[in-house]
Each structure stands twice: as structure tokens, then as C-alpha cells.
Design a protein around this ligand. Sequence first.
Ligand code: NAP
Length: 493
Amino acid sequence: MANHHGDHPRRPLRFVIVGAGMAGILSAIKLQEAGYDSIVVYEKADRLGGTWRDNTYPGIACDIPSHLYRFSFAPNPDWTHTFAPGHEILAYLEDVASRFGVRDRIRLGEEVVRLHHDGDRWNITLAGGEIDHADVVIGATGVLHHPRYPDIEGLDTFAGASFHSARWNHSVELAGRRVGVIGTGSSAVQIVSAIVGTVGELRLFQRTPQWILPVPNPPIDEEQRARYREDPASMDALRKELGQTFETNFANAVVDANSPQMQLIEEMCRQNLETSVRDPGLRERLRPDYRAACKRLVVSPDFYDAIQQPNARLVTDPIAGVEPGGVRTSDGTLHELDVLVLATGFRVDQFLRPIEVVGPSGVTLEQLWAQRPTAYYSISIPGLPNLFLLNGPNGPVGNFSLIDVAELQFAYISQLVDLLDRGEARLVSASARATERFEAERVEAARNTVWVTGCRSWYLDDRGIPSAWPWSFDRFRAEMAAPRLEDFDLVPA
Ligand code: NAP
């Protein structure tokens, strides 16, 4: 509880939150609830919502059940599907921001370009030149945020329309046209299933096949939604049940490559391939040569059906280059196209960057992360006091609900903030020693995960080590329950 009211002599803490996606909205709500009043959220885009604002491609849905992928404190009886479409999630985030009274704290169209701690507080420089100040900065800038454009020769010479999956150009007509999709990740798979019925011809350029877990996405009918509205407790029970199922059968399975649950997932994926793809040649071209869930598992009830439509073609010859007329593959074929979709993923090692971050000693984030991003429990960076990250480097990403992750991380951060508020410290950041120890333990544990069983994926860093939480969700919950203060450098007030 904020301690800055009444006769307290210290100045009230001021907070700057960078980013108004799910985690930024959460931070503003939680700080406000704790009684803090000086809170501003800077958002460079003109709308809140983060990934759900940026990704509007056809077929977008979250593959975590919606009654699980929501704030614990804001149940939503109105999800129309087990896995709600992206626009419903965006509307939900906007609604939560309004209902919990933090909309007015969000300054849209304001990009933070520099964070400099002068030993007393953070100086926050905005793109327009304005400088704000804060005692505490919360970095809520997301992970899958900066599109990764492929390095393909001639890409910029393409005469048709070309765009990244996270920058969908809705003014481009797809009906009846020749559309190419590069990539076979979760984005591409959803796009292919959604557009195959509309486009004239579809070419899917596959560099690596994916295992596909066939999970249906039934609608939640109005009768059921009405029951949820009348009895909100039933949604909590459902969330609990979904959470347990998800945790046991998936989240904890991927960190133990030899677990029976992992074998079950592999078997389901294999069965899906065997029973859904009729043509043996196509089936073999779609068959990965690595274990299921080594790459982030792709969930889709209808991708195999889509790729077997008469107007769809899987292209497995490597891409040699792009030309004005289309994509040329290494066998010499020109695949003529009107539209080229780059579902080629994200630069996942950016986090706060390109914001220039400078600590009180003059050390910069670029220097600290010269090799690769690290942070103590993905939250705090030695040398950068009173800066806390949500969904920062090497955290639980991809195999948990990121909303649950952010809530647990925020509860942990708020205990550090309370120290500042109570005057028990003025500056707090993880110690270098504790961060190194954590990193060494993390790297060691990563050896047991399914992510290192032999595939290329966005989980793997430059050393081939998964940049992810390699333990169970229970362990994450336990670690997030309370900070170990001996692992922090505390500067007295
Ligand atoms: P991704 O998983 O990183 O997939 C990128 C795809 O592009 C891969 O198939 C990759 O091939 C291919 N690629 C990249 N560069 C290429 C090149 N130069 N030539 C040919 N192919 C190239 O990206 P994403 O599909 O956007 O998904 C990212 C993550 O976002 C997911 O893993 C998931 O965590 C999240 N997501 C979730 C959902 C959902 O909830 N349903 C939906 C979308 C995204 P290789 O495999 O050979 O590298």
C-alpha cells in the first residue's frame, strides 16, 4: 500500500510506464490500486493494445483459451470462442483500461527515445523533445514486437503488394488474387487457413515444416455467455480448471522433454499429420524432422485442410529471390504473385531497444547487453536501478499465458516499489553477482527442455540456448512470491 499520504516527508513516487499493451495497462491499474497517483503511460502508437493492436491479419486468435488469457481481476463473460479472435482481445484491453480508470493516464503517440538515470531519478526523453521525470520506470514494451523482415534478394523489387504479418495492409484486395505467404509459424498457419477460401491461388513458402496440434475452436453460444454473466464465479472455476490443464499438459511438459505429457503431444501431432494429409508426398514434405514443441508449437484445427485445397500449393524449394513478378525458387520456377505476405516473425532480442538507456554510472543498456539481453529473473538489470521489466529477457514466454506471467511479475515488482515508498531504499536493482548466478542456473536447466532437442527457433539465442524460463510454472510462481533482498543492491534513502 502506498505510504506517501498524510505527513510523510518524502516526495510521492512518480512512475513512468513505457508501452500501453497488456503489461502496461496492468501496471497502471495495479499502481493506481496501490494508492499511487503520479503515473503516466507513454505509448508510441495512436492506440493502446500492443500486439493485439499491431496484429490484425486474417484468422488472428490467441492459442491460449480466452478464459485463461485475461486479467485475473477482470473476467469476461463475452468471449465468443474458446480461442477469441484478436479484435475481441483488443476490445477487452480497451474496455479494461476504461473500466479500471487508467485511460487518461495513457499518452498516445508519445515515443520514449531515452531513459537516463542521473543518480536521483529517471529522465525520460520523448521523441518530440519533451523530458519527463520518474522515480520508477516500468518497461512494458513486449517481446514479439519488432517485425523481422527476411533477408531475401530482390524483396524490394516486388511489383505487387508486400507486407509483414504484423503490419497487415487491409486496403489490399485478396479475393481472386495470387497470394504468397512466407513462413510456417503460428502467424502464417492462421493466415493460410483464413484466406485460402478467398484468394485465387495460394503459395505457402515453407523453409521448415511445423508440427501442428489440432485443437478445435468451438464458439461459446449466447446461452453460455449469459450463464457466465449471471454467475461470474463459474468463470473463475473455469479459469482455474483451464489453468491446471494447460500447466500440466503443456507448460510443464515442454521443460521436461521426456515427460509422458510431452510424448502425448508428439503423438497427437503425428496422428494429425498421418490422418489429415491424404497425399503421401505432401505428407512427407509437411513432416518435421525434429521433435514436436521444439519450435513453439503451432495450434490449428484446419491448417492441413487448408493446404490441401485445390488452389493451395506448398512450396518447399528454397527461395532464391524475389522479382517484380513473384518469388523465384532455387529450382528455377517463378511463382507469379500479386500479394506477398511476410509471416517471418519478430526480432525477439530487442525488448526496450531502440530506446537509449543510461544508468547513473553512465553505463548503457547497449553495453550491458552487448552479448545478449539478460536480466535478473527477467525483471531487473544490474546498474539500472528502479527500472523494472515486464515480460523481459529470458522469461516465461510462449508456453504460459503472458497475462498470468505479467501479473506475477508485477506483484513481485510492487514489493520492491514498496521498499522505495517506505523509504527503506532509494534505489534498487539486482546485483551483478545474483544476475550471473541466476543466468548460470537458467542455462543449466535449459538442457532438459524440448527446445534444445534439435531445431532452429526464435527461442534460441546466439549460443543456441533457449532465451526462456526453463522451469515449471509452479517454480515461477514460487520465485515471484517475494524478492530475495540479498540479491539486490539497495541504496539507502
Ligand atoms: P515465427 O514463429 O518466428 O515464424 C517465422 C517463420 O518465417 C518461420 O517459419 C521461419 O522459417 C520463416 N522465415 C523467416 N525468415 C525466412 C526466410 N528468410 N526465408 C524463408 N522463411 C523464413 O513467427 P510467427 O509465426 O509470427 O510467430 C511468432 C510467435 O508469436 C509464435 O511462436 C507465438 O509465440 C506467437 N504467436 C501466437 C499466435 C497464437 O496465439 N495463435 C499467433 C501468432 C503468433 P524457419 O522455421 O525455417 O525459421
